[in-house]
Design a protein around this ligand. Structure first.
Ligand SMILES: Cc1ncc(COP(=O)(O)O)c(C=O)c1O
Length: 400
């Protein structure tokens, strides 16, 4: 057994009531299970302290507003943002990228301007740029399935106004050298957006150190509630961005002739927000910070090593992605459709994801229609890897 697995500091699995004994949940890249601390915070938010925010003159609403804004400060501290005003609450990473594409894109992407993406992007970091009318160029992958930053440096030019890349690939687990990507983008006069969906649950993220311009992530992959996520952007960029949705809470003054808008982040938070989602996100961040992102990263790295070693011993299995992927391993079993792999594993109480993972261009580049994917969370242990490997052995027996 890998040393890092045997020195796991706590039995983290017991924090997760929805994971019964004997069930190997290996689909955390899709969505993470919730620890008791998050479930309790959400329950309290509805059962004890519930009220709207930013509007009420009564004490309950004022208290909820304090809790809501405390969460914004907590998020800012979590990713080392300069101030809480740089944190915009959105529904998730998808909405965060759509916000940037619509708002920043409206002012900054002129006809002929281009956006640089990579082959491994999630659809939510492709389609919003198409909807914004941007011309798209695609950075290829290296032989070991990382975003090829040498190729990016050779491709980028003055028409590229933005580079938008996954910090960690949801299919391959490849970790981007984000600081180098930022240098290359900035040297060419482009901004860098990082899709941090798969990074924030797996490694410490410091937006100042990364030197990116935009960072997005979803709460539900970080052990928090669904329906809440974060867009961070540099304050001078947010200040200059026009609103993208109109409604309550984002205005300064409204007349039928003219409306003036609130400063960020309120300018981008039209309507009643997901109040309890924001409270739950605070609890989720406290939870992962309590375990320690370094410890989580080491734990998942050990699980990945063990899994890749075991899978590479099976000659019917093809592995994708680099050897040091972050918490995610994609593979194919020769002659067996990934959906069949997933269905047979489910019979052995092993839950994995099978499909294109919202990354159809990547599937095309890999020359497959789909992959089987395991993705780890803090609750997984070596017993889950064993269950997976036994399950794969059964798959190969069934399919001869
Ligand atoms: C890398 C990446 N980007 C974006 C998304 C979209 O996240 P959401 O559906 O929570 O908005 C996901 C979700 O799978 C993802 O893994």
């Amino acid at each position: 057994m890998d040393a890092a697995l045997s020195t796991r500091p706590l039995d983290w699995r017991t924090d997760f009531p929805a994971i019964p004994d004997g069930w190997a949940y290996l689909d955390s890249a899709a969505t993470a299970q919730k620890p008791r601390a998050v479930i309790d915070a959400i329950a309290r938010g509805y059962a004890e302290t519930y009220a709207t925010v930013h509007r009420g003159v009564y004490q309950r609403s004022a208290d909820m507003t304090v809790a809501f804004e405390a969460s914004r400060r907590r998020v800012a501290r979590f990713i080392n943002a300069g101030s809480p005003e740089e944190i915009v609450f959105v529904r998730g990473a998808t909405e965060g990228i759509n916000l940037v594409a619509s708002s920043w894109g409206r002012d900054n992407l002129k006809p002929g301007d281009r956006v640089l993406l990579s082959t491994l992007e999630h659809h939510s970091n492709i389609v919003p740029w198409q909807l914004a009318g941007a011309e798209i160029d695609v950075v290829p992958l290296t032989a070991d399935h990382r975003i090829d930053l040498d190729a990016m440096a050779a491709m980028i030019g003055p028409r590229h106004k933005l580079v938008a890349l996954a910090h960690v690939s949801n299919v391959l687990g490849s970790v981007l050298d984000a600081k180098r990507a930022a240098r290359i983008a900035h040297d060419a006069g482009a901004k860098l957006l990082l899709d941090g969906c798969q990074a924030v649950p797996r490694m410490p993220v410091d937006v100042a150190d990364l030197d990116c311009d935009f960072y997005v992530f979803s709460g539900h992959k970080l052990y928090g509630p669904t329906g809440i996520g974060v867009l961070w952007a540099r304050p001078e960029i947010l200040d200059a961005m026009p609103p993208w949705q109109g409604g309550g809470a984002m205005i300064e003054k409204v007349t039928f002739e003219r409306t003036t808008f609130a400063p960020p982040p309120q300018r981008f938070e039209a309507g009643t927000p997901h109040v309890v989602g924001v409270i739950g996100l605070h609890a989720a961040i406290d939870y992962v910070d309590g375990l320690g992102l370094e410890a989580i990263a080491a734990h998942e790295a050990a699980l990945v090593r063990t899994t890749r070693e075991a899978l590479s011993g099976l000659n019917s299995v093809r592995l994708f992605g680099p050897g040091d992927s972050a918490g995610i391993v994609s593979f194919a079993v020769e002659g067996v459709h990934p959906h069949d792999v997933g269905t047979i594993l489910d019979e052995s109480r092993v839950a994995i994801r099978a499909g294109h993972h919202c990354a159809q261009p990547l599937m095309a580049a890999l020359g497959v229609e789909a992959t089987a994917r395991v993705s780890f969370g803090v609750y997984n242990g070596v017993e889950d890897v064993s269950a997976l490997i036994h399950g794969i052995a059964r798959v190969t027996r069934i399919f001869g």
